[in-house]
Design a protein around this ligand. Structure first.
Ligand code: PLP
Length: 281
Protein backbone atom coordinates (compact mmCIF):
# COMPACT_ATOMS: atom_id res chain seq x y z
CA UNK A 1 0.00 0.00 0.00
CA UNK A 2 1.49 3.31 -1.02
CA UNK A 3 -0.29 5.51 1.53
CA UNK A 4 0.48 3.49 4.67
CA UNK A 5 2.68 6.36 5.87
CA UNK A 6 -0.33 8.63 6.33
CA UNK A 7 -2.88 5.96 7.19
CA UNK A 8 -4.41 6.43 10.63
CA UNK A 9 -5.66 3.46 12.57
CA UNK A 10 -7.42 2.92 15.89
CA UNK A 11 -5.75 0.88 18.62
CA UNK A 12 -7.05 0.62 22.20
CA UNK A 13 -8.39 4.15 22.54
CA UNK A 14 -5.92 5.99 20.30
CA UNK A 15 -5.90 7.08 16.68
CA UNK A 16 -2.32 6.79 15.46
CA UNK A 17 -0.39 6.55 12.19
CA UNK A 18 -0.30 2.90 11.11
CA UNK A 19 3.46 2.62 11.54
CA UNK A 20 3.18 3.76 15.17
CA UNK A 21 0.46 1.29 16.14
CA UNK A 22 2.13 -1.44 18.22
CA UNK A 23 0.89 -4.32 20.35
CA UNK A 24 2.62 -6.37 23.00
CA UNK A 25 4.19 -9.71 22.02
CA UNK A 26 2.12 -11.13 24.87
CA UNK A 27 -1.15 -10.24 23.11
CA UNK A 28 -3.19 -13.43 22.87
CA UNK A 29 -4.01 -12.64 19.27
CA UNK A 30 -0.29 -12.85 18.50
CA UNK A 31 0.44 -15.88 20.70
CA UNK A 32 -2.70 -17.99 20.16
CA UNK A 33 -4.77 -16.41 17.37
CA UNK A 34 -7.22 -15.88 20.24
CA UNK A 35 -9.54 -13.32 18.71
CA UNK A 36 -12.15 -12.55 16.10
CA UNK A 37 -12.52 -9.99 13.32
CA UNK A 38 -14.92 -8.33 10.93
CA UNK A 39 -14.53 -6.88 7.44
CA UNK A 40 -17.13 -4.27 6.56
CA UNK A 41 -17.42 -2.68 3.11
CA UNK A 42 -18.02 1.06 2.85
CA UNK A 43 -19.13 2.95 -0.26
CA UNK A 44 -18.57 6.71 -0.26
CA UNK A 45 -18.88 6.82 3.54
CA UNK A 46 -22.00 4.61 3.53
CA UNK A 47 -21.34 1.60 5.72
CA UNK A 48 -22.85 -1.49 4.06
CA UNK A 49 -25.23 -3.35 6.41
CA UNK A 50 -23.41 -2.29 9.58
CA UNK A 51 -26.05 -3.86 11.83
CA UNK A 52 -25.60 -7.30 10.23
CA UNK A 53 -21.84 -7.08 10.69
CA UNK A 54 -22.29 -5.98 14.31
CA UNK A 55 -24.72 -8.82 14.99
CA UNK A 56 -22.20 -11.33 13.59
CA UNK A 57 -19.40 -9.71 15.62
CA UNK A 58 -21.44 -10.05 18.83
CA UNK A 59 -22.22 -13.70 18.03
CA UNK A 60 -18.53 -14.34 17.48
CA UNK A 61 -17.60 -12.67 20.77
CA UNK A 62 -20.13 -14.91 22.52
CA UNK A 63 -18.79 -17.97 20.65
CA UNK A 64 -15.27 -17.36 21.99
CA UNK A 65 -16.64 -16.28 25.41
CA UNK A 66 -15.16 -12.79 25.31
CA UNK A 67 -17.00 -9.84 26.84
CA UNK A 68 -15.91 -6.37 25.79
CA UNK A 69 -16.24 -2.94 27.42
CA UNK A 70 -17.56 -1.20 24.28
CA UNK A 71 -20.85 -1.27 22.39
CA UNK A 72 -22.11 -0.98 18.81
CA UNK A 73 -22.42 2.78 18.97
CA UNK A 74 -18.82 3.22 20.13
CA UNK A 75 -17.59 0.90 17.38
CA UNK A 76 -19.62 2.83 14.82
CA UNK A 77 -18.03 6.11 15.95
CA UNK A 78 -14.55 4.63 15.62
CA UNK A 79 -15.35 3.31 12.13
CA UNK A 80 -16.77 6.67 11.04
CA UNK A 81 -13.69 8.50 12.31
CA UNK A 82 -11.44 6.31 10.14
CA UNK A 83 -13.40 6.64 6.88
CA UNK A 84 -11.58 8.23 3.97
CA UNK A 85 -14.57 8.81 1.67
CA UNK A 86 -13.12 6.70 -1.15
CA UNK A 87 -15.55 5.07 -3.61
CA UNK A 88 -14.97 1.78 -1.88
CA UNK A 89 -13.04 1.04 1.27
CA UNK A 90 -13.06 -1.81 3.70
CA UNK A 91 -13.05 -1.61 7.48
CA UNK A 92 -10.98 -4.26 9.24
CA UNK A 93 -11.89 -4.63 12.93
CA UNK A 94 -10.14 -7.09 15.21
CA UNK A 95 -10.71 -7.94 18.86
CA UNK A 96 -8.39 -10.23 20.82
CA UNK A 97 -8.49 -11.49 24.39
CA UNK A 98 -5.73 -9.00 25.25
CA UNK A 99 -2.34 -9.12 26.92
CA UNK A 100 -1.53 -11.76 29.54
CA UNK A 101 1.23 -14.10 30.65
CA UNK A 102 1.27 -16.97 28.15
CA UNK A 103 -1.10 -19.66 29.39
CA UNK A 104 -3.83 -21.38 27.39
CA UNK A 105 -6.75 -20.84 29.76
CA UNK A 106 -8.52 -17.49 29.71
CA UNK A 107 -6.75 -14.80 31.77
CA UNK A 108 -8.76 -12.94 34.38
CA UNK A 109 -8.88 -9.12 34.48
CA UNK A 110 -7.40 -8.67 31.01
CA UNK A 111 -8.61 -5.88 28.75
CA UNK A 112 -9.42 -6.99 25.19
CA UNK A 113 -7.35 -5.45 22.40
CA UNK A 114 -9.37 -3.51 19.83
CA UNK A 115 -7.79 -2.63 16.49
CA UNK A 116 -9.60 -0.96 13.57
CA UNK A 117 -8.29 0.25 10.21
CA UNK A 118 -9.66 1.18 6.82
CA UNK A 119 -8.13 -0.14 3.61
CA UNK A 120 -8.82 0.93 0.04
CA UNK A 121 -10.49 -1.72 -2.13
CA UNK A 122 -9.26 -2.44 -5.62
CA UNK A 123 -11.42 -2.68 -8.73
CA UNK A 124 -13.91 -5.54 -8.73
CA UNK A 125 -13.19 -8.76 -10.60
CA UNK A 126 -16.18 -8.56 -12.93
CA UNK A 127 -14.48 -10.45 -15.77
CA UNK A 128 -14.31 -13.57 -13.67
CA UNK A 129 -11.75 -15.59 -11.75
CA UNK A 130 -10.17 -19.03 -11.78
CA UNK A 131 -10.76 -21.49 -8.93
CA UNK A 132 -9.57 -24.93 -7.98
CA UNK A 133 -11.22 -27.42 -5.65
CA UNK A 134 -9.38 -28.51 -2.52
CA UNK A 135 -10.13 -30.72 0.43
CA UNK A 136 -11.68 -28.68 3.28
CA UNK A 137 -9.35 -29.70 6.09
CA UNK A 138 -10.29 -26.89 8.48
CA UNK A 139 -11.83 -27.36 11.91
CA UNK A 140 -15.45 -27.86 13.03
CA UNK A 141 -16.19 -24.19 13.80
CA UNK A 142 -15.84 -22.49 10.42
CA UNK A 143 -18.86 -20.36 11.36
CA UNK A 144 -16.65 -18.40 13.80
CA UNK A 145 -14.80 -15.51 12.14
CA UNK A 146 -11.59 -16.22 14.01
CA UNK A 147 -8.30 -14.46 13.29
CA UNK A 148 -6.66 -17.93 13.42
CA UNK A 149 -6.72 -18.26 9.64
CA UNK A 150 -3.71 -20.50 8.98
CA UNK A 151 -5.79 -23.28 7.31
CA UNK A 152 -7.48 -20.71 5.03
CA UNK A 153 -4.11 -19.08 4.31
CA UNK A 154 -2.58 -22.44 3.29
CA UNK A 155 -5.59 -23.29 1.09
CA UNK A 156 -5.53 -19.91 -0.64
CA UNK A 157 -1.79 -20.26 -1.20
CA UNK A 158 -2.27 -23.70 -2.80
CA UNK A 159 -4.76 -22.07 -5.20
CA UNK A 160 -2.30 -19.25 -5.89
CA UNK A 161 0.50 -21.79 -6.53
CA UNK A 162 -1.73 -23.23 -9.26
CA UNK A 163 -2.33 -19.77 -10.78
CA UNK A 164 -5.87 -19.68 -9.42
CA UNK A 165 -7.58 -16.93 -7.47
CA UNK A 166 -9.57 -18.92 -4.93
CA UNK A 167 -9.90 -22.44 -3.51
CA UNK A 168 -13.40 -23.92 -3.41
CA UNK A 169 -13.51 -26.36 -0.51
CA UNK A 170 -14.97 -29.85 -0.45
CA UNK A 171 -15.85 -31.67 2.77
CA UNK A 172 -17.05 -35.28 2.58
CA UNK A 173 -17.91 -34.78 -1.09
CA UNK A 174 -19.95 -31.61 -0.50
CA UNK A 175 -19.03 -28.01 -1.35
CA UNK A 176 -18.71 -25.85 1.75
CA UNK A 177 -17.29 -22.42 0.78
CA UNK A 178 -14.18 -20.70 -0.53
CA UNK A 179 -10.98 -20.06 1.44
CA UNK A 180 -12.26 -16.49 1.97
CA UNK A 181 -15.69 -16.46 0.32
CA UNK A 182 -19.07 -18.19 0.04
CA UNK A 183 -19.97 -20.19 -3.06
CA UNK A 184 -23.12 -20.21 -5.22
CA UNK A 185 -23.90 -22.36 -8.25
CA UNK A 186 -26.59 -22.24 -10.90
CA UNK A 187 -27.87 -25.70 -11.82
CA UNK A 188 -30.96 -26.33 -13.97
CA UNK A 189 -31.92 -22.67 -13.54
CA UNK A 190 -31.87 -22.91 -9.75
CA UNK A 191 -29.39 -20.97 -7.60
CA UNK A 192 -27.92 -23.12 -4.83
CA UNK A 193 -25.67 -22.27 -1.89
CA UNK A 194 -24.67 -24.36 1.12
CA UNK A 195 -26.89 -23.89 4.20
CA UNK A 196 -25.57 -22.21 7.35
CA UNK A 197 -23.93 -24.57 9.80
CA UNK A 198 -20.57 -25.27 11.42
CA UNK A 199 -18.73 -25.65 8.10
CA UNK A 200 -19.33 -22.26 6.50
CA UNK A 201 -18.96 -18.68 7.58
CA UNK A 202 -22.38 -16.98 7.52
CA UNK A 203 -21.32 -14.35 4.99
CA UNK A 204 -23.13 -11.03 5.08
CA UNK A 205 -22.81 -10.76 1.29
CA UNK A 206 -24.26 -14.28 1.00
CA UNK A 207 -27.31 -13.33 3.08
CA UNK A 208 -27.85 -10.13 1.10
CA UNK A 209 -27.62 -12.02 -2.21
CA UNK A 210 -30.15 -14.61 -0.99
CA UNK A 211 -32.60 -11.86 -0.03
CA UNK A 212 -32.10 -9.93 -3.26
CA UNK A 213 -32.65 -13.09 -5.32
CA UNK A 214 -35.76 -14.02 -3.35
CA UNK A 215 -37.21 -10.51 -3.72
CA UNK A 216 -36.60 -10.69 -7.47
CA UNK A 217 -38.53 -13.96 -7.65
CA UNK A 218 -35.46 -16.04 -8.56
CA UNK A 219 -35.41 -19.69 -7.57
CA UNK A 220 -32.76 -19.83 -4.81
CA UNK A 221 -32.25 -22.57 -2.22
CA UNK A 222 -29.86 -23.21 0.65
CA UNK A 223 -28.95 -26.84 0.24
CA UNK A 224 -25.89 -29.05 0.36
CA UNK A 225 -24.51 -29.80 -3.09
CA UNK A 226 -21.82 -32.19 -4.25
CA UNK A 227 -18.53 -31.53 -5.98
CA UNK A 228 -19.92 -33.10 -9.16
CA UNK A 229 -22.81 -30.58 -9.16
CA UNK A 230 -20.22 -27.80 -8.87
CA UNK A 231 -18.33 -29.24 -11.84
CA UNK A 232 -21.56 -29.59 -13.88
CA UNK A 233 -22.96 -26.16 -12.86
CA UNK A 234 -23.88 -23.71 -15.60
CA UNK A 235 -22.56 -20.86 -13.40
CA UNK A 236 -20.43 -20.54 -10.26
CA UNK A 237 -20.06 -17.36 -8.19
CA UNK A 238 -18.15 -16.48 -5.06
CA UNK A 239 -19.19 -13.72 -2.65
CA UNK A 240 -17.44 -11.68 0.00
CA UNK A 241 -17.52 -8.20 1.51
CA UNK A 242 -14.51 -6.93 -0.42
CA UNK A 243 -15.16 -8.79 -3.68
CA UNK A 244 -18.99 -8.54 -3.78
CA UNK A 245 -20.20 -11.20 -6.31
CA UNK A 246 -17.56 -12.57 -8.61
CA UNK A 247 -18.22 -15.00 -11.46
CA UNK A 248 -15.99 -18.06 -11.62
CA UNK A 249 -15.04 -18.67 -15.26
CA UNK A 250 -12.64 -21.55 -14.77
CA UNK A 251 -12.68 -24.49 -12.38
CA UNK A 252 -9.73 -26.86 -12.15
CA UNK A 253 -8.47 -25.39 -15.46
CA UNK A 254 -11.78 -26.18 -17.24
CA UNK A 255 -14.00 -23.33 -18.48
CA UNK A 256 -17.21 -22.55 -16.58
CA UNK A 257 -20.15 -20.96 -18.48
CA UNK A 258 -18.07 -20.90 -21.67
CA UNK A 259 -15.33 -19.02 -19.88
CA UNK A 260 -17.32 -15.82 -19.33
CA UNK A 261 -19.70 -14.42 -16.69
CA UNK A 262 -23.11 -16.10 -16.93
CA UNK A 263 -26.55 -14.63 -17.62
CA UNK A 264 -27.87 -15.13 -14.08
CA UNK A 265 -24.69 -13.60 -12.64
CA UNK A 266 -25.28 -10.52 -14.80
CA UNK A 267 -28.77 -10.26 -13.43
CA UNK A 268 -27.89 -10.78 -9.76
CA UNK A 269 -24.91 -8.45 -9.99
CA UNK A 270 -27.09 -5.70 -11.47
CA UNK A 271 -29.58 -6.23 -8.62
CA UNK A 272 -26.74 -6.09 -6.07
CA UNK A 273 -25.36 -2.87 -7.58
CA UNK A 274 -28.78 -1.21 -7.44
CA UNK A 275 -29.22 -2.42 -3.85
CA UNK A 276 -25.93 -0.65 -3.04
CA UNK A 277 -27.06 2.52 -4.81
CA UNK A 278 -30.33 2.42 -2.88
CA UNK A 279 -28.47 2.19 0.46
CA UNK A 280 -26.31 5.17 -0.55
CA UNK A 281 -29.25 7.51 -1.03
N1 PLP B 1 -16.25 -17.49 4.07
C1 PLP B 1 -15.02 -17.20 4.51
C2 PLP B 1 -14.13 -18.32 4.96
C3 PLP B 1 -14.56 -15.87 4.54
O1 PLP B 1 -13.32 -15.60 5.00
C4 PLP B 1 -15.41 -14.83 4.07
C5 PLP B 1 -14.97 -13.43 4.08
O2 PLP B 1 -13.84 -13.13 4.26
C6 PLP B 1 -16.69 -15.17 3.60
C7 PLP B 1 -17.08 -16.51 3.62
C8 PLP B 1 -17.64 -14.10 3.12
O3 PLP B 1 -18.19 -13.38 4.18
P1 PLP B 1 -18.67 -11.85 4.00
O4 PLP B 1 -19.62 -11.85 2.85
O5 PLP B 1 -19.34 -11.52 5.28
O6 PLP B 1 -17.45 -11.05 3.73
Amino acid sequence: MSDTGQQRVYLNGDYTPLHEAKISVLDRGFLFGDGIYEVIPVYQRHIFHLERHMTRLEKNLAAIRLSVPFNRQQLKEIIETLLTGKDQESIYLQITRGIAKRDHQFPTDTKPTLFVMSNPVKQQLKHGIACITLDDDRWQHCDIKTIALLPNVLLRQLAHDQHSDEAILIRDGYVTEGAASNVFIVADGQIITAPQGPFILPGVTRDVIIEIAQNAGLDIVQRMFREQQLIDASEIWITSSTKEIVPVISLNKQPVSQGKPGVIWNKINALFQSHKQHLMQ
